[in-house]
Design a protein around this ligand. Structure first.
Ligand code: C2E
Ligand code: MG
Ligand code: MG
Ligand code: MG
Length: 293
């Protein structure tokens, strides 16, 4: 056992680990630089009403236009910004951009119910300046707070549930809507769901992928939709890619949907669009079997 421990202690000084610490620090500097030089962009993905197929809003999703590596998705840098705290200025910037873009779209569409969804990480949620950042973004853009939805994951409950509930209440008092993102993947109990007082449940893509082909996934989604309805919550299905999924979700009573079927996240266009998918009569080819080595 001593030998084992010795090895672990030695492992602390492995060159690879040293390199990874340096790597983290370097990436942090790079992200700071990117913020200062406006290398981040916000893309928007349509959210549609599953019954009428009408576009009802968009979700803001951040990207990094990296000078050497091209357009990077959040999975490439969000974790680093959370550890380093840079998610606070980055998140504030996304919030401001999204609110301003919402204001432009509402004016050009003459539709003041059009909504904007913005993601918040647990770190942002714990930041004491969050409420004032949100209030400022709304005021500066001159939008109605009800048109802004903040998306949170169940991870906000990990630390201090009472503190989280208090923050949620303060946000609600601003008039913004609240959504639980990736619902079903965390472990909030039904009891929390009642206490949380959110408005929307976004059902995670992992349940949507097989909703039209797997009886268990269908049953789970149906149960979530029914529970949400009983609690007077809206449901949004994430990651709809096929007509079969859309049709099944509509039958199950899910309110809204998002996914590549309706539109991928894209830079702001003069007016956001979503493709209105027609029923497909030709089925896509089945996936290739895995190659045998
Ligand atoms: P999310 O909030 O659950 O966003 C949905 C993700 O699913 C997005 O990935 C979106 O591009 C992707 N998606 C949408 N429809 C489909 C589909 O039909 N099929 C598939 N395969 N994927 C689909 P993205 O943009 O890479 O974002 C990943 C996550 O990064 C987001 O998950 C969110 O948690 C986080 N994120 C994005 N922008 C921000 C931000 O501004 N602030 C914070 N704190 N987190 C962000
Ligand atoms: Mg989201
Ligand atoms: Mg999600
Ligand atoms: Mg997700």
């Amino acid at each position: 056992a001593a030998k084992r421990q010795g090895r672990n202690a030695y492992a602390l000084f492995e060159p690879a680990m040293y390199a990874s610490v340096i790597g983290e620090a370097q990436r942090r500097l790079e992200i700071e630089h990117a913020l200062a030089h406006e290398q981040f962009v916000v893309h928007y993905q349509p959210v549609v009403d599953l019954r009428t197929r009408q576009l009802i809003g968009v979700e803001a999703l951040v990207r990094w236009r990296h000078p050497a590596r091209g357009l990077l998705g959040p999975q490439e840098f969000i974790d680093n910004t959370e550890v380093s705290g840079l998610i606070i200025p980055l998140g504030r910037w996304v919030l401001q951009q999204a609110c301003q873009q919402l204001s432009r779209w509402q004016q050009s569409r003459g539709e003041h119910t059009f909504t904007m969804n913005v993601n918040l990480s647990a770190r942002q949620f714990q930041y004491p300046g969050l409420v004032s950042d949100v209030r400022q973004a709304i005021e500066q853009a001159g939008i109605d707070a009800h048109c802004l939805t903040l998306e949170l994951t169940e991870s906000i409950l990990l630390d201090d549930v009472d503190a989280a509930i208090e923050t949620l209440q303060t946000l609600r008092q601003l008039g913004v809507r609240l959504a639980i993102d990736d619902f079903g993947t965390g472990y909030s109990s039904l009891n929390y769901l009642k206490r949380l007082q959110v408005d929307i449940l976004k059902i995670d893509r992992t349940f949507i992928s097989y909703v039209a082909t797997d009886a268990d996934d269908k049953a789970l989604v149906e149960a979530v939709v029914n529970m949400a309805r009983a609690l007077r919550l809206r449901t949004v299905a994430e990651g709809i890619e096929t007509d079969d999924q859309r049709e099944m979700l509509r039958l199950l009573g899910c309110d809204h949907g998002q996914g590549f079927l309706f539109g991928r996240p894209a830079g702001p266009t003069p007016s956001p669009r979503c493709s209105t998918p027609r029923p497909r009569h030709i089925r896509p080819a089945p996936p290739e079997p895995p190659a045998v080595l």
